[in-house]
Structures are given as C-alpha cells and as structure tokens.
Ligand binder design. Sequence first.
Ligand code: NAP
Length: 254
Amino acid sequence: MVQIPENLPNLCDRVAIVTGASRGIGRSAALALAHEGAKVVVNYSRSQEPALTLVEEITQTGGEAIALSADVSQSEQVEGLIKTTMDTWGRIDVLVNNAGITRDNILLRMKTEDWQAVIDLNLTGVFLCTRAVSKVMLKQRSGRIINITSVAGLMGNPGQANYSAAKAGVIGFTKSVAKELAGRGITVNAVAPGFIATDMTKDIPSEEIIKLIPLGRFGQPEEVAGMIRFLAGDPASAYITGQVFNVDGGMVMA
Ligand code: NAP
C-alpha cells in the first residue's frame, strides 16, 4: 500500500513550474504548492515586481522559489525557462499551465490578431510548455501536468469564440497527451474554473453572472489552487489522468 510519509509536506524536494504566477490563480497555485514543500518557479511575462514579491513571500515562510520571465507563447523563451529551471534545481515534477489572456469581442468584430493572440498563449503556450517539460519528465519517469482550461471551453460563451476555442483545445490536448504519457508515470489533467475573482474578471458585471452560478458567488483563486494542489500531490491523485475538474460553483453539471 502507498503511504504518505508522516510530518513531511506532500511535495518535499519536488520542483514545480507555474506559468503566469505573478497574480490571480497562478499566484495562489504557486503559494499552495510552496506550502506543500515544492520549490516553485514563478513564471511571468511582464509583471516582474509582483512576481518578486511572491518569491519573497514564499522564502520568508521557509519555502524556495525563483521568478523567471518568459512569454510562454514563444518557443525559445519556453526552452530558456525549462533550461534555467533544470540548471537551478535539476528536475521538474509539476507543470501548471496557467498563463492565459482574453481578447473578447463578438465574432463579426473579432480581429484576426485577437483570435491569434488568444490561441497563441492559451493553446500553443500549453503545447510548448508541455512538450518541453515532457522531455524531462519522460527521463524521470514521473510528473504531473495540470492545464487550466475554463467552463467556456465546455459550454461556450458569447463574445469569447477565441477563448472558448483555445480552452476546448486544451481539453482535447490534455486527453491525448494523458494517453501518450501515462505509460511513463506522468499524469495530465485539466482544471476548468468558472468565474473566479481575479484581474481577468474584474470588469465583468457580476449581478447577471451570479444568477448562473448555483453557489451564488464568484470563486476565489485559492479555491482553484486547492484542486491544483490535489492534482500535484503524491500519492493522493496518482491514479487520475486525462480528466477535467470543474471548479465553478456548480455552473456546469455534466
Ligand atoms: P490574470 O489574473 O489575468 O493573470 C494572468 C497571468 O498570466 C499573469 O500572471 C500574467 O503575467 C500571465 N501572463 C499573461 N501573458 C503571459 C505570457 N505571454 N507568458 C507568461 N505569462 C503570461 O488571470 P487569472 O484569472 O488568474 O487566470 C489564470 C488562468 O485561469 C488563465 O488560463 C485563465 O484563462 C484561466 N481561467 C480564469 C478564470 C477566471 O474567472 N479568472 C476562469 C476560467 C479560467 P504578466 O502580468 O506578467 O503578463
């Protein structure tokens, strides 16, 4: 029987990369993984100051973290992110593909560059990071990959054709890669948040939206981080792969 060692954080000596960790869900995920004992790479693209503040917060509570800038939609920058992580800590156990943007508009007004920017980061970025990290995890014969999708990828959302397409793509990608990597002890799962209170949703008028949420409120980033922490944890989630977990206050009930 597999047993969790007593008195040790779950992810002791493990290395986790969280993309887009300077704020929002990624920030909470980085804190949650560090709390479990993981050494955390706090990736960001532009927000250096909040990323450094988060690293300080983690180190002040006895954890280990570094902030690494990389636009994860760019292949060379992703390769640099993985190389620096390996040069620093020599292994990668958890990848949280969290970085994401929105460029909302109705279909007829959606500019091609807004379609492309969302696909480039929210879908191609997930591919680039997963491909790069899988080389390391395949050699280790272990790893956890957690992709942040969205309820928009499951049910669609008017004004978000680009975002919904990218997030639905992430779900198909998750299932295919889960099947490819399962034989080497690597699990790949997706988390689908509903409406979470972050910078991404701060301008959304909440009154109408809340009527669609059975639990009657927006979620908090920590509530998504809880699911990420569970999926990263060994051995609690070792027998779960290729799944999508909704953290959405009951918005989508399949
Ligand atoms: P957020 O608060 O806007 O934070 C986005 C993060 O992504 C920031 O840390 C940002 O860092 C980073 N980022 C942006 N472009 C990047 C790039 N090219 N390369 C690397 N990092 C980049 O967003 P959030 O609400 O926490 O969302 C996190 C994830 O959850 C996204 O994938 C989003 O689609 C998904 N999600 C969110 C909700 C929600 O309601 N909030 C719902 C469903 C799904 P910089 O500032 O440095 O660019």
